[in-house]
Design a protein. Structure first.
Length: 246
């Protein structure tokens, strides 16, 4: 099991941020960063192989960096109770429902990529989803024993029995889908690329990008080589939605 490197984990929490509770529990919270006048909010969904020991703190520095680039960011925390897999998605959708008057982009990293793809299917005003090293094929991930059995612990069973939670076995979101993977990733490339290969022929707005000389955490490190790619993707999604580019 791999954990986020210390330099991207914000141990002290954000210095100044708006927090909104969408439920009664301590993990039912969204942190907002940046200019709330932006017509688009980018919701970040953290990974951690669905384990309760890994929370949103390792995406706080990314949230600050993206806000400094002009994006309005909502960093979602969600309850992580293993064996209750539908609760994860329910919490994420509840958090997003607090925003009524903006367009939505979802960014999910690792296990958060799986959740982001699923959530995007349910959100009418979602204009794009960015899945970074996503676990987009649960059966393939199970065969790879990702996270030392993390998929089975999350689901409380075998992946084959949870079709509705496996991105590759449900219809894709209607919005743009950008999958970004890294060359030196402990999540095998095919776990993400299987999803792209299945849908690329009938979903014209799905893309797959492989970043060379990068690892799993490069994609969420503001100092990493993936940050420029991420900011460009997010900016382009907003420009397409506003009609500035096609």
């Amino acid at each position: 099991m791999s954990y986020p490197p210390d330099h991207i984990v914000n141990q002290s929490g954000p210095a100044s941020v708006l927090k909104i509770n969408y439920g009664m529990g301590p993990d039912e919270v969204v942190e907002f960063y940046g200019n709330d006048q932006n017509p688009v909010v980018v919701f970040l969904i953290h990974g951690g192989f669905w384990r309760p020991t890994i929370d949103r703190s390792h995406l706080q520095l990314l949230s600050v960096a993206l806000a400094e680039e002009g994006h309005y960011i909502g960093l979602i925390e969600y309850r992580r109770v293993q064996g209750q897999p539908t609760q994860y998605l329910t919490d994420i959708l509840s958090a997003i429902s607090k925003i009524k008057d903006k367009k939505i982009i979802l960014f999910g990293h690792s296990a958060g990529g799986q959740l982001a793809i699923l959530a995007a299917r349910e959100i009418k005003n979602c204009i794009g989803v960015v899945a970074a090293s996503p676990v987009a094929d649960l059966v393939a991930g199970e065969l790879e024993n990702l996270g030392d059995g993390a998929i089975n612990l999350y689901l409380g069973g075998k992946a084959k029995d949870f079709q509705e939670l496996d991105p590759i076995r449900v219809s894709p979101p209607k919005c743009r889908v950008e999958i970004i993977h890294t060359e030196n990733d402990f999540i095998p490339k095919h776990v993400a690329q299987n999803y792209y290969d299945l849908h690329k022929s009938n979903h014209e707005n799905i893309k797959f990008t492989l970043i060379d000389n990068a690892d799993h955490y490069t994609l969420i490190d503001p100092r990493g080589s993936g940050f420029e790619k991420l900011t460009k993707v997010l900016t382009d999604m907003q420009k397409v939605s506003s009609g500035e580019i096609k």
